[in-house]
Ligand binder design. Structure first.
Ligand SMILES: Cc1cc2nc3c(=O)[nH]c(=O)nc-3n(C[C@H](O)[C@H](O)[C@H](O)COP(=O)(O)OP(=O)(O)OC[C@H]3O[C@@H](n4cnc5c(N)ncnc54)[C@H](O)[C@@H]3O)c2cc1C
Length: 303
């Protein structure tokens, strides 16, 4: 199918883009890499009267990384560029680990990470990564600039708290802290498909044992919800996954996380994936903490 008729705008600055969005009120939609929006327009699941393509705005594709300020990436920074950025990988390794699971390289070459986050798809990896890491998103409109904390960003599936006239200009996530490890893994039907279930974990280890553990889910649970497993895992060995606390975690996660059926998987199968992945990814994050930032290989299921 073809998109319904619309007026296409190609502003050359953020100010111009904000003016257009303000003029067209609720009738406009921002276009970045187009990897989600163009299919939606083609299927007529979205039918904005105005499309504001920010792709030609200069100086909107930077990445900066420092231990003090964390990692900041702009609205036109593609998944591929962020994934390859060595400073970002050093300062916050979970970004690159998550990005490697997003779609195929061709889509990562066009799709933007900021676009993925504001698109707020519960099956996408980067909203889960942002929720777990915390941080904020900077948005602009003719009314000025505001920061939205990651905890306030997700309103529901495919719904962020940006106003219709606002453009997200960048996202900032904090640097990895010493003693805190992270990991992400998922099961997908084929390489590049959306995950049937994915889990991202952040675990703090003290004296070889878990002191704090938080996780977020892809294609399971609530979008953006950070689950605190500290009470279940406190004291679990960071080097021996035969510790019964890791097995308890699996069962607890199965009961704690809601799963929905779709054409790809039953709710029960998803629930089994939640149980298995929660323990596997949690333990990988604990090992990562012990290795103090050295990447722990977690194989991407089905890839
Ligand atoms: C075949 C295929 C497979 C895919 N598989 C995966 C996958 O496994 N995992 C995954 O996470 N994603 C997957 N994707 C989606 C892809 O990663 C996202 O489409 C992409 O990251 C979104 O960024 P974009 O720049 O393309 O956004 P667009 O498609 O341009 O926009 C998406 C939405 O975000 C809004 N938006 C974008 N940028 C801004 C901004 N700066 N300010 C305000 N609003 C904005 C748009 O208005 C629109 O509503 C897949 C896509 C395809 C086509």
């Amino acid at each position: 199918m073809k998109p319904s008729p619309l007026t296409y705008h190609r502003p050359r600055s953020i100010d111009e883009a904000c003016r257009i969005l303000a003029d067209v009120a609720h009738e406009g939609k921002v276009l970045a890499g187009g990897q989600s929006l163009i299919p939606l327009l083609s299927m007529r699941l979205a039918a904005p009267a105005h499309l504001v393509d920010i792709g030609s705005i200069p100086r909107l594709d930077a990445v900066s990384a420092s231990r003090e300020l964390g990692v900041t990436f702009d609205a036109l920074t593609t998944h591929s560029v962020l994934e390859a950025d060595r400073g970002a990988a050093r300062v916050q390794p979970l970004l690159g680990r998550g990005l490697r699971l997003v779609a195929h390289p061709t889509i990562r070459n066009r799709g933007t990470t900021v676009g993925s986050i504001v698109h707020a798809d519960p099956s996408a990896e980067m909203p889960a990564v942002l929720a777990l890491l915390g941080g904020s998103i900077t948005v602009r409109s003719v009314r000025g600039v505001r920061e939205i904390r990651s905890t306030d960003l997700f309103a529901g599936p495919l719904e962020s708290t940006l106003e219709p006239d606002e453009i997200a200009t960048s996202v900032t996530v904090p640097a990895a802290e010493p003693g805190v490890g992270s990991a992400i893994d998922e099961i997908a039907r084929r390489h590049g498909d959306y995950a049937l279930v994915g889990v991202a974990a952040k675990v703090r280890v003290e004296d070889g044992a878990v002191a704090e553990a938080h996780m977020t889910y892809v294609s399971a649970g609530e979008l953006g919800e950070v689950v605190d497993y500290t009470d279940i895992l406190r004291g679990a060995s960071a080097t021996d996954d035969r510790d019964p606390l890791w097995r308890n975690l699996s069962e607890f996660a199965r009961e704690r996380i809601d799963t929905e059926p779709d054409i790809h998987a039953t709710a029960r199968y998803r629930s089994q994936l939640v149980a298995a992945l929660t323990a596997r990814v949690g333990f990988a994050a604990a090992q990562d903490a012990v290795l103090d930032g050295a990447a722990v290989h977690v194989s991407a299921g089905g890839r």
